[in-house]
Design a protein around this ligand. Structure first.
Ligand code: ADP
Ligand code: MG
Length: 300
C-alpha cells in the first residue's frame, strides 16, 4: 500500500478503536487464513472469579488463605487477583479480621503456570498442575479428582502447595466474552480457520473451545510453545494472525504475520502486536481484516 493509503486506513481504524502499527500488518491482514486465539482474557472476559476453595492436608483454611494471598498479591495475573479477593473474604469468614498481607521473598513468576515465593520461611507455590509437576510435588488421587471434576465444568483449579505438599485449591471460573461465539462463526463464514492456544489445562480449554466453536485446541502450552504453533502453521504456508492479551502471548504475537493485542491486555503484549484492539472486543478482529481488505482492494 502507498504511504497515503496506509495513513488513511490507520486513521479509519483509529476512529473505530483499531490501532494499526505500520503498513505491513495492514497489507497482510486481509490474507489471513487462520487466527490463533489465546484463551484467558482474549476469548474469555479475563475477569475470573473463585467459586470454591478446598483443603487437602493438615493446613488450616486460614493458613491456606494467608499463604495464597501473600504470593498472589505480587502477581499481575487476573486469576491471582480473584484468588486474593476470595481468600480475603474467606479469611474473614473464618474469624480472622486482619487485612495484613504477609511478606513474600524470592517471588517468582512461572509463565503460564503460576507463581511462587517464600512466606514465613515456607516455600509456597500457587498455580496449575504443571507448576506442581515441575517442582516434583505429588498430586494425590483426591486432588486429581477435585481437578477433573472442576475442569469438565470449564473451571480452572489453582493449586496451593506449602513446603512441597498440596495444601488446598481454589476453583476459578472465567466466562467467555459475549461476542466470542458470533465472531468465530463469522470468521468461519469468511473462510478463516480458528485455533486456540492456551497455557491452561486441556479439559478447561476444550470446554471453552466447544462453547465458542473453535475446533482445534492446544492446551498446556508455554509462551514459546505458543510461538512455535504459529511457526508450524507458517511452515505449512499459511498466513497466520494471533490474538492475545498477556506477556505469555508476546512471543506468539511477534511470530504471527499479524499480531493483535487486546487493548485491556498487558503493555508487553500491546508492544509486541501489530494491531491493538482498543475496545478489547473480538468484533474488532473482523474490523481489522475488513479494513485491510478495503484498503488493498482500493489499491489494486
Ligand atoms: P492463558 O494462556 O489462558 O492466557 P496463562 O498462560 O496466563 O493463561 O496461564 C495459564 C495457566 O497458568 C492459568 O490457567 C493458571 O492455571 C496458571 N497460572 C498462571 N499464573 C497464575 C497465578 N498467578 N496464579 C494461579 N495460577 C496461575
Ligand atoms: Mg491471556
Amino acid at each position: 500500500a502507498t504511504p497515503t493509503a496506509v495513513m488513511v486506513a490507520s486513521g479509519m481504524g483509529a476512529s473505530q478503536g483499531v490501532l494499526i502499527k505500520g503498513g505491513d500488518a495492514l497489507e497482510k491482514a486481509h490474507k489471513v487464513e487462520i487466527i490463533v486465539f489465546d484463551k484467558t482474557g482474549t476469548l474469555t472476559a479475563g475477569k475470573p472469579e473463585v467459586v470454591s476453595a478446598v483443603l487437602f492436608s493438615e493446613f488450616s483454611m486460614e493458613e491456606l488463605c494467608d499463604k495464597a494471598i501473600a504470593v498472589e498479591a505480587s502477581s499481575e495475573h487476573p486469576i491471582a487477583k480473584a484468588v486474593v479477593v476470595y481468600a480475603k473474604r474467606l479469611r474473614h469468614k473464618f474469624g480472622s479480621f486482619t487485612e495484613q498481607v504477609l511478606d513474600v521473598n524470592d517471588f517468582k513468576v512461572h509463565l503460564g503456570a503460576g507463581v511462587g515465593g517464600k512466606v514465613e520461611g515456607r516455600t509456597v507455590l500457587v498455580g496449575n498442575k504443571r507448576l506442581m509437576h515441575s517442582f516434583n510435588i505429588p498430586i494425590s488421587p483426591e486432588v486429581e479428582r477435585y481437578i477433573s471434576e472442576n475442569e469438565v465444568l470449564a473451571r480452572t483449579c489453582v493449586l496451593v502447595s506449602i513446603d512441597g505438599k498440596i495444601a488446598g485449591a481454589f476453583s476459578v471460573t472465567d466466562p467467555v466474552k459475549p461476542e466470542a461465539k458470533r465472531v468465530i462463526s463469522f470468521l468461519h463464514s469468511m473462510g478463516i480457520l480458528s485455533m486456540m492456544v492456551t497455557g491452561d489445562n486441556c479439559a478447561t480449554a476444550t470446554a471453552i473451545a466447544n462453547e465458542v466453536g473453535i475446533d482445534e485446541v492446544h492446551a498446556e502450552t508455554d509462551p514459546l510453545g505458543k510461538a512455535d504453533k504459529i511457526k508450524d502453521l507458517q511452515g505449512k504456508g499459511m498466513i497466520v494472525a494471533m490474538v492475545g492479551d498477556g506477556i505469555n502471548d508476546s512471543p506468539a504475537l511477534v511470530a504471527a504475520d499479524v499480531g493483535m493485542a487486546i487493548g485491556a491486555g498487558t503493555d508487553i503484549a500491546i508492544e509486541a502486536a501489530d494491531v491493538v484492539l482498543v475496545k478489547s472486543s473480538l468484533e474488532d478482529v473482523i474490523t481489522a481484516i475488513d479494513l485491510s481488505r478495503k484498503t488493498m482492494s482500493r489499491i489494486r
